[in-house]
Design a protein around this ligand. Structure first.
Ligand SMILES: NC(=O)c1ccc[n+]([C@@H]2O[C@H](COP(=O)([O-])OP(=O)(O)OC[C@H]3O[C@@H](n4cnc5c(N)ncnc54)[C@H](OP(=O)(O)O)[C@@H]3O)[C@@H](O)[C@H]2O)c1
Length: 244
């Protein structure tokens, strides 16, 4: 364990979606392991609060707020994190509704952030990693990258796409010494579902017979992936609530 911590200390990581939930927990956990950070999210105050919490653990932190749908911002972010050894590709949005009540605009919004913006930043970061001779990309997908649940059809489609990115980036970049991990959590206790208003969905969520896992559980998976020796590529980590 001590060897793993020693190997992590001094690495540099870029985390998207670091202002909340899984990204926030991952930032704090990696800071505790001595990993320097570039953190991003749209909410400036929340992002700066996470950055301060990480700096208090003794690591260097750059906080760069912006929208991943803004292409010039994505270039600026990738340039800022040009020397990142690790990329936690985490930002995402979710809305649940039955197909007949899900307007195409919401479908477009989820695809824009979860798929197109995800591809854009992944490709930018990959170019820097290839130029530097290697790196480690961690794609946060979901249980919805494998299964399609009621009311979650569009979200599941976006997460299936991100899972395909993980497989494809691994395939094309392994010869450049870039490792790719897909981390697929089941339901996690974050604010991600707070915007849901559809009554059928709220009823279904309330009826679930299990408790979600925590953002810290997922952050532990991120730390495990980052802690793996260079000789080991953890391709897929799936996490789920025990009774789900
Ligand atoms: N919660 C779950 O049950 C669950 C399960 C499996 C997988 N996941 C995946 O885990 C990831 C994180 O989810 P979470 O539960 O931690 O959600 P969360 O608490 O809502 O956090 C989402 C993060 O993504 C950022 N983000 C969203 N849209 C963005 C945009 N356009 N540009 C920049 N940043 C943006 C948010 O930043 P701002 O708010 O500052 O904009 C926030 O930091 C997502 O990819 C999600 O699909 C979640």
């Amino acid at each position: 364990m001590r060897d793993k911590l020693d190997a992590m200390r001094g690495k540099r990581a870029l985390i998207t979606g670091a202002s909340a939930g899984i990204g926030r927990a991952s930032a704090i956990s990696l800071a505790e392991c001595g990993v320097h950070l570039v953190l991003t999210g749209r909410k400036v105050a929340e992002l700066e609060a996470v950055a301060q919490e990480c700096r208090a653990k003794g690591v260097q932190v750059v906080a760069l707020a912006g929208d991943l749908n803004d292409k010039p911002f994505v270039r600026q972010l990738a340039q800022t994190a040009h020397d990142a050894d690790v990329f936690v590709n985490n930002a995402g949005i979710l809305n649940y509704a039955p197909i007949l009540d899900m307007p195409v605009e919401e479908c477009e919004q989820m695809f824009a952030t979860n798929v197109i913006a995800c591809y854009d930043i992944s490709r930018e970061v990959a170019q820097h990693m290839v130029a530097r001779g290697g790196g480690h990309m961690i794609f946060i997908t979901s249980g919805s990258a494998r299964n399609v649940g009621m009311h979650a059809v569009v979200y599941a489609a976006t997460k299936h796409a991100v899972s395909a990115f993980a497989k494809g980036f691994r395939l094309e970049l392994k010869s450049a010494n870039v490792r790719v991990t897909e981390l697929a959590p089941g339901m996690v206790d974050t604010d991600m579902r707070k915007g849901i208003t559809h009554p059928d969905v709220l009823k279904a969520l309330a009826a679930r017979p299990y408790q979600p896992i925590s953002a810290q559980d997922v952050a532990d998976g991120v730390v495990y992936a980052v802690s793996c020796q260079a000789s080991n590529s953890p391709d897929l980590i799936e996490l789920r609530p025990p009774r789900a």
